[in-house]
Design a protein around this ligand. Structure first.
Ligand SMILES: [Zn+2]
Length: 336
C-alpha cells in the first residue's frame, strides 16, 4: 500500500524480502506459518515445535493475510511465483478448514488452529464463540475470486485454475473466459474463450510440475511452448469464440521437509494437495518410501504405505478429514 501511494521502491523491496524470508524459514507444508502464533527462528524451531505444539497454524486469519500479500505481490511485480503460496493455502489451509456453524451447544463455532503434530492431530472448533477467525473466515472465502485472474500489458494472467467466468475489458476488447474442470481432484482443466480477441493468455506453471510432462492443447491440437515451474506459460494468439484450451499438469507424490535442514521430517504432497495419513503415526519406514512405487497404489486420491512397525498407512487429502477424525500430516522417514 505504501508503495502504491508513494511509489518509493523501498516499500516494494520490503514486502518482496518479507515474502522470501517467510518462504525460507516459516512455511509449513500447508503454506501455514507461526506455531502458536510465534514466528519460527532461522535455526529452524519448526522442527521441534511440530513435536509438541498442536496450535500449528491460525488458519482463517493467516490465510486471509496470505491472500492479501500474494494479491499485492502478483499485481505489483507481475511474477507468477507468488501464486504458489495462495495455491497451497487455498486447498490445504482455508480450503481444509471446518465450516463455521451454530449448533445446540453454542453459536459462532469457528475453526481456528490447524494441528500438524508429529504423532497425529484432529480438526476441532475453537473453544470460544466468534473468535477473530470468525471475521476472517468469510473474508478469506470471499477473496477466492480475486486469486484467479489478473490483467497485464499483453492480456490475461491466470494464477489459480478454479472453475469461474472472467468478464473484463482489455484495450477496448471485451474478454470473456471460462475455466472448467475438477482441478485439482483431476490434473486437467479447460479454458473456453467466449468471444474473439487478440491477446495473450498466461497460465502460472505450478512449482511442482515436471516441464516435459505438461500438455497444452488448443482445439485438440498440441501447442508446443516452453514451461518453467513458477513462471508464466504464454499463449499468444488471435482467439476465436469457442476456442478451447485443454491443460494437463500431471501430478506426482513428493515430500516437503519441516525445515530445509530436515527433509527427513516431512509431509507428503500430490500436486498441490497436502496428504495426511488416517490415524496417529510417527514414522514411515524408508523401505516403503519409494514414492514412485507408492504412486502405483493410487485409488482415487488415496495412496498406501506402511510405518516402520508395519502398520498400514492410508494417505488421503488433508481437506477430506472431518471434525475429530485423527490424521497425521508430518512423519519421520526412518532409515534402517
Ligand atoms: Zn484468528
Amino acid at each position: 500500500m505504501a508503495y502504491q501511494i508513494t511509489g518509493e521502491v523501498k516499500y516494494l523491496e520490503t514486502i518482496v524480502r518479507a515474502y522470501d524470508i517467510l518462504k525460507e524459514y516459516q512455511w509449513m507444508a500447508s503454506g501455514g506459518y507461526a506455531f502458536n502464533e510465534h514466528m519460527a527462528t532461522p535455526e529452524g524451531s519448526n522442527y521441534t515445535d511440530v513435536e509438541q505444539i498442536g496450535q500449528s497454524f491460525e488458519v482463517p486469519c493467516g490465510s486471509w493475510a496470505v491472500f492479501k500479500i500474494v494479491r499485492h505481490l502478483i499485481s505489483l511485480t507481475g511474477e507468477a511465483r507468488y501464486g504458489e503460496w495462495a495455491e497451497r493455502i487455498l486447498y490445504n489451509a482455508i480450503g481444509s478448514a471446518l465450516p463455521m456453524k451454530d449448533d445446540s451447544q453454542r453459536r459462532g463455532k469457528t475453526f481456528y488452529y490447524a494441528d500438524y503434530r508429529l504423532g497425529g492431530g484432529r480438526k476441532v472448533y475453537f473453544e470460544c464463540s466468534f473468535p477473530c477467525c470468525s471475521g476472517t473466515y468469510p473474508q478469506a472465502v470471499a477473496e477466492y475470486h480475486n486469486m484467479i485472474y489478473y490483467l497485464g500489458d499483453d492480456g490475461v494472467y491466470i494464477t489459480q485454475f478454479i472453475p469461474s467466468v472472467l468478464r473484463t475489458k482489455y484495450k477496448n476488447q471485451d474478454i470473456c473466459l471460462e475455466i472448467k474442470g475438477d482441478y485439482p481432484e483431476k490434473d486437467t482443466f479447460q479454458v473456453v474463450v467466449q468471444n474473439a480477441g487478440k491477446y495473450t493468455i498466461n497460465l502460472r506453471a505450478p512449482s511442482w510440475v515436471i516441464p516435459d510432462e505438461v500438455e497444452i492443447k488448443i482445439n485438440g491440437i498440441v501447442y508446443k511452448t516452453s514451461v518453467v515451474p513458477n513462471q508464466w506459460i504464454s499463449l499468444v494468439r488471435e482467439w476465436k469464440k469457442g476456442d478451447m484450451l485443454d491443460v494437463q499438469f500431471p501430478m506426482h507424490l513428493y515430500s516437503i521437509g519441516i525445515t530445509k535442514k530436515h527433509p527427513e521430517r516431512a509431509a507428503l504432497f500430490y500436486g498441490p494437495i497436502l496428504l495426511a495419513a488416517e490415524g496417529r503415526h510417527f514414522t514411515i519406514d524408508e523401505r516403503h518410501y519409494d514414492l514412485k512405487d507408492m504412486e502405483k497404489s493410487k485409488k482415487g486420491l488415496t495412496f498406501y504405505s506402511q510405518t516402520k512397525e508395519g502398520k498400514l498407512l492410508s494417505f488421503r487429502p488433508y481437506w477430506s478429514y472431518k471434525e475429530r477424525e485423527w490424521y497425521t500430516v508430518y512423519f519421520d522417514f526412518i532409515k534402517e
